[in-house]
Ligand binder design. Structure first.
Ligand code: DX5
Ligand code: ZN
Length: 226
């Protein structure tokens, strides 16, 4: 049986927006700001037109902070990379349903190692693509931009999909990623999201701690009132 507690609001800074010359400092900044976890974007230059981090960056984060590491694999062949990311210290591994590899064996492997597993849906992918996985994941991540780059604008047309998945999975962690600010996070919370991944808006904030606090307060209110 799945979990039956109400989802808790979580704020996750995305390390992609930090200064790559000082990655450990970027990890610490998130932890010191009161983030619930740290999000790391792995891009393979094929599934998306950008190259970012490998397992070594996850290892740096793992030895630098105590908060959980949410690792988002934007890769055409995530299965061949999975062991390396698990060994590096990922706490949650997220795989795209649009990737070449079947998510089911990966989700099973992730959970067999005692880690949390999730699937990710691109903005155009319909909610029904998640139904096969609801029983096999700890989290569903809905992209609210086209993956590949930070700093893009939130796609409002994803909001009904958030509600559709929340109705079907009331207790699952449902996260959103891309263009998340205090305002768009609240809109996503009102639709049913409970975890918020934000790069630019948190790392560019004058005070990340204040921004995390404000985002959390708005999301808690929005989620409770929905
Ligand atoms: C986008 C990545 C995001 C990215 C979000 O492909 O998956 O995690 O870091 O960045 P912002 O918050 O700047 O849109
Ligand atoms: Zn991401």
């Amino acid at each position: 049986m799945g979990k039956t507690e109400m989802p808790v609001i979580q704020i996750l800074p995305s390390l992609l927006a930090s200064d790559f010359g000082h990655l450990a400092a970027g990890c610490r900044a998130a932890e010191e700001a009161g983030a619930d976890a740290l999000h790391l974007d792995v891009m393979d230059g094929h599934f998306v037109p950008n190259l970012t981090m490998g397992p070594d960056v996850v290892r740096v984060a793992h030895r630098t902070v105590k908060i959980p590491l949410s690792v988002h694999l934007m890769c055409t062949h995530p299965a061949v990379l999975l062991d390396a990311f698990l060994e590096a210290g990922s706490d949650l591994v997220l795989v795209h349903v649009e990737a070449h590899d079947d998510p089911h064996p990966m989700l099973e492997k992730i959970r067999s190692k005692g880690r949390r597993a999730g699937v990710v849906l691109n903005p155009e992918t319909p909610a029904m693509a998640a139904w096969d996985y609801v029983e096999h994941v700890d989290e569903i991540l809905l992209m609210t931009v086209h993956p590949g780059f930070g700093g893009q604008a939130f796609l409002e047309h994803v909001l009904p999909k958030i509600s559709e998945i929340r109705d079907r999975a009331p207790y699952l962690d449902l996260s959103v990623d891309g263009g998340i600010t205090v305002e768009t996070a609240e809109a996503a919370a009102r639709a049913g999201a409970n975890a918020f991944i934000a790069g630019t808006s948190l790392y560019r904030a004058a005070n990340m701690q204040a921004e995390v606090k404000a985002m959390r307060a708005r999301c808690e209110k929005g989620f409770a009132e929905r």
